[in-house]
Ligand binder design. Sequence first.
Ligand code: SF4
Length: 245
Amino acid sequence: MGSRRVWQVFTVSSTATEMAKEPPPDFEKTHSKMPEQLRVGGFTPFTAIDFPGALSAVVFCQGCPWRCRYCHNGSLLPATSDDLYQWPQLLHHLQQRQGLLDAIVFSGGEPTAQPALENAINQVRALGFKTGLHTAGIYPRRLAKLIPKLHWVGLDIKALPQNYPAITNVRHSGTPAWESARLLAESGIPLQVRLTRHPSLTTEKEIAQIRTELQKLGINELVVQKCNTENCLDQALHSNVIHRQ
Ligand code: SF4
């Protein structure tokens, strides 16, 4: 995701569930809502695969309070890294792309971690672009405010709620993610729900159970993606694959 990524690798204990941290802090107090303060750690100027049916650019927002074992965007996880693109300059670049691009997608990291996202979305809408969001559903209340401003959402569902901490290293992380799934389903916004599967973390049986739970929300499709372990946070996932039953 973007040429500016710097890969980080560190080891996470196999007892990740017990070591899971408290729920994520609210970034509201430490981040500005001013769009020029949007912290951007990467940018893809042109892609045909990040917003279905649209040519888009992708803005990779900095910061995520989770530490998923298979995350391969380690450089985007700190909320305050200095490796930044200037949003006003990016916006100016997007202005030059009017008529050439259909949509701007905000990805991450976790884009909804930044209160500045809402006004940045407003700005790209004002330029005439459709807006898309890649999210893990970490902040459902903030997501609810953003939904009316978005044209498409890609939501990562990682596990059944109770199994989230073993992947994210954050206690109770399944609750907001599934609340976000419910909100998005209710809203009727075009939605793709995806699950990244590593055989050591997710069984076929759990995937079937997840499909059932999603169907209860009215979500009938789950896209299962193979985990790319090459640059993931937990290097044990690269070298030591245990196929769970
Ligand atoms: S939620 Fe996404 S960006 Fe955050 S740690 Fe997990 S995979 Fe990485």
